[in-house]
Write a protein that binds this ligand. Sequence first.
Ligand code: HEC
Length: 98
Amino acid sequence: MKKIALSLLVAGASLMAADGAALYKKCAACHGANAEKAALGKSAVIQGMDAATIATSLKGYKAGTLNKNGMGALMKGQVASYSDADIEAVAAYVAGLK
Ligand code: HEC
């Protein structure tokens, strides 16, 4: 019984873990801490984009349908493990960066 309760707790915690700031950490290496850079000189600057635009792009990369500058596969790798909730959370975080 205890074990079940614990695994439910763990599952709950990972569902809650859609923390945009944490999810953005690895993105900062290319896009900049405040999303102010053109990643690898290839992407648009994503700072100032609204959350819906960013989420749509990320879902496109994850699905493998978006490839704006020949680097779509690279972005696919970045978001492949992100759930829809993770994508919404990181998009909302980026939209709030200045
Ligand atoms: C290794 C460098 C790198 C990392 C890490 C990275 N990106 Fe990217 N990102 C790129 C490149 C290069 C492109 C351009 C892809 C293309 O050709 O479509 C891009 C494109 C994008 C775009 C679309 C921009 C446009 O041109 O419209 C968004 C949004 C984005 N990235 C968000 C993220 C987020 C959020 C993360 C973290 C989960 C992330 N990226 C991690 C390099 C990176």
